[in-house]
Design a protein around this ligand. Structure first.
Ligand SMILES: C[S@@+](CC[C@H](N)C(=O)[O-])C[C@H]1O[C@@H](n2cnc3c(N)ncnc32)[C@H](O)[C@@H]1O
Length: 300
């Protein structure tokens, strides 16, 4: 598998397929699990946001949302294993896109969660096919296909993205830099969104935190290291371990165990109803309470 400019295996070929089956096939093979680990943290983030602001129906913007993975995990009380099984099911293999969409809409209808508490999910991704699918399946309430690294959002995109009360991401920062994040933070200066991003340790969050600080944000890291996925090859492992060491990050006992690993950063506007430090402390409590985190983090 070819490596991209950052030294990671490139999965670009599965990001732009018309439906999520190739995405889940390719990433499940490498035990991709970050959204599963992130799920209880995002659930707590929403609880904290509601409690702090009194806004019971917040809008969440998922940057690099792909096929709406974080939204469907939250909405359907699903797990990554369950979603992979859903798409790998022999009954799903011969379906055309429309039939798969119908099956996915049923997944939402049959969800075992008692509704999703009124939360709206908006997705942003460069992949038009991925966000179109997520939108048509009902995983996302709204979606924007755009590359804000390259271009500022137009008026329509600004209005839709600017509704976000919270901005989250898994597995996307690195592709996305402070250029995109600052553009999103700048859309609604009078009430800037809270942010929570899971970022691979090979990518520094410093430049994003500095840019956000210039817009009045404070950033705090949440304790914990989260396994994103296994290395795709010995070549990728060697390249990532070298990058980490060059960046002054010691991979011993973390990435050397065979996994790309991420950390969680929260950035909140100063003067928000919670401070970034208070939020990080609250999210730090998730690890002790979350069975799925223990289960997944404990896996060799
Ligand atoms: C590893 S996937 C993560 C998808 C999803 N968040 C998850 O964790 O399953 C990275 C995603 O970032 C998207 N992406 C890459 N460059 C981007 C950009 N400049 N702006 C928004 N999304 C981008 C890709 O299309 C892809 O869907």
């Amino acid at each position: 598998m070819p490596l991209d400019d950052t030294g990671k295996a490139s999965f670009d070929h599965v990001y732009t397929e018309p439906d999520p089956r190739p995405y889940f096939r390719a990433l499940h093979a490498l035990s991709y699990q970050l959204p599963q680990l992130a799920k209880p943290y995002f659930a707590r983030l929403l609880d904290e946001y509601r409690a702090a602001t009194g806004n019971a129906d917040p809008t969440v913007l998922d940057v690099g949302c792909s096929y709406g993975v974080n939204a469907v995990l939250y909405r359907c009380d699903a797990s990554m294993d369950k979603l992979h099984a859903h798409y790998a099911d022999p009954a799903a293999q011969d379906l055309d896109r429309d039939a798969l969409l119908a099956r996915d809409r049923a997944l939402l209808r049959d969800r075992d969660r008692d509704g999703d508490g009124g939360v709206r999910f908006v997705g942003l991704d460069t992949s038009a096919p991925a966000v179109r699918y997520a939108r048509e399946a009902g995983f996302l309430d709204d979606a924007v296909a755009a590359d804000l690294e390259r271009d500022p959002p137009d008026a329509d995109q600004s209005a839709r993205l600017g509704r976000a009360d919270l901005v989250i991401s898994t597995g996307c920062l690195g592709y996305v830099t402070e250029a995109t994040i600052a553009r999103l933070a700048g859309l609604r200066a009078e009430r800037r969104p809270w942010m929570a991003h899971f970022v691979l340790r090979m990518f520094s969050y410093t430049s994003i935190a500095e840019r956000l600080a210039s817009l009045g944000y404070e950033t705090v890291g949440v304790p914990g290291v989260f396994r994103q996925r296994r290395f795709a090859s010995a070549e990728e492992r060697d390249s990532i371990l070298a990058s980490l060491r060059a960046a002054g990050v010691d991979p011993s006992g973390v990435e050397t165990e065979g996994w790309l690993c991420a950390e969680l950063h929260v950035s909140l506007p100063r003067g928000a109803d919670r401070s970034a430090a208070e939020l990080a402390t609250a999210l730090g409590g998730v690890a002790e309470q979350s069975v799925s985190v223990d289960r997944y983090q404990g896996q060799p």
